[in-house]
Design a protein around this ligand. Structure first.
Ligand SMILES: O=C(O)CCC(=O)C(=O)O
Length: 301
């Protein structure tokens, strides 16, 4: 039987030391996982997808609908964050389903991994007067309906990434800080947001993920991250594939303002015993099997 982690190039798996570094820092940068051909196809397909977005509401595979954060009326000079694109664009789904990606996710999460949801991201070139940045935030702040503190994200850039294009940056070790539920994705005031960090006495150290095309960064859901504006003349293109460990379940939890937390998945996935089922294979397919990834690494050793 073919499994999501079949035919792994074991040289691309993180070593035990690299997994340890991920635990300590809250992020990991992989070796090159994707070819130019795969990423060119993702760019072309995402352009075709954007060209279809002439209204805010999209239809999803189960007959459900979703209100997009970016569609054409929002404007070409604005940051684009388009969720659920892997469900609609096969070339993006192919990135998610590449076995090595799920295998790395499984080794980092120490569990099988399923898709939680995705975000196709496009950061247009900015002027200093109107920067389009991603504010410091944690993903778990938005995912309080999830039981697992080991949710993680694979961020796949479609081009080379450096500070000039506004690559993603991580705040080292912030996944261990006492309070890190920041909800500032759509703020461009990185300096102002940094003043709100509660480090528990730890120094603030930030690492911009400088990557060659093909590499992928992974971060824990409690790691504070964000990115500066893109000051090149090319768009910054990427997709965030948010992954959940096999053990993750829906839980009832409150936001800091006391409201019951909700996530868009809750309205889309099937229900089991009247609760959202975060293992619904249509929305949350399994993409990595821990035993297979470990076995592949052992056999290669
Ligand atoms: O694209 C960025 O700069 C941030 C993406 C992000 O928030 C994520 O991958 O979780």
């Amino acid at each position: 039987m073919t499994t999501p982690t079949a035919k792994l190039d074991t040289d691309l798996l993180p070593t035990e030391e690299e997994v340890e570094q991920y635990r300590r820092c809250g992020w990991y940068i992989s070796r090159s996982l994707f070819s130019d051909g795969e990423l060119d196809a993702a760019i072309e397909a995402s352009e075709r997808y954007y060209a279809t977005l002439d209204k805010q509401q999209i239809d999803l595979p189960n007959g459900g609908t979703y209100q997009l954060a970016w569609w054409q009326d929002v404007g070409l000079d604005q940051l684009r964050k388009n969720d659920y694109s892997t469900l609609l664009v096969p070339e993006l789904d192919a990135l998610l389903k590449k076995p090595i990606l799920g295998a790395i996710g499984a080794l980092l999460a120490e569990d099988d991994v399923r898709l939680w949801h995705d975000q196709l991201l496009y950061k247009p070139p900015s002027s200093p007067e109107a920067p389009q940045a991603v504010g410091w935030h944690t993903d778990f702040g938005y995912w309080r309906t999830c039981s697992s503190p080991q949710m993680l994200t694979a961020w796949i850039p479609f081009t080379d990434m450096d500070e000039s294009i506004g690559t993603i940056s991580f705040v080292d070790g912030s996944h261990e800080w006492p309070q890190n539920n920041h909800l500032n994705f759509f703020s461009s005031d990185l300096e102002g947001l940094e003043k709100q960090f509660n480090t528990g006495g730890a120094p603030v150290s930030k690492t911009p993920a400088v990557m060659k095309r093909g590499q992928v960064s992974f971060h824990n859901c409690r790691t504070i991250h964000g990115s500066a504006a893109n000051y090149t003349d090319q768009p910054r293109r990427s997709i965030a594939l948010h992954l959940q460990p096999g053990a993750n379940r829906h839980v009832e939890r409150r936001n800091d303002n006391g409201d019951l937390a909700q996530h868009s998945n809750d309205h889309l996935v099937r229900k089991v015993d009247d609760q959202p089922d975060y293992a619904d294979p249509t929305f949350c397919p399994r993409v990595g099997i821990l035993d297979d990834a470990r076995r592949a690494r052992e056999e290669a050793a």
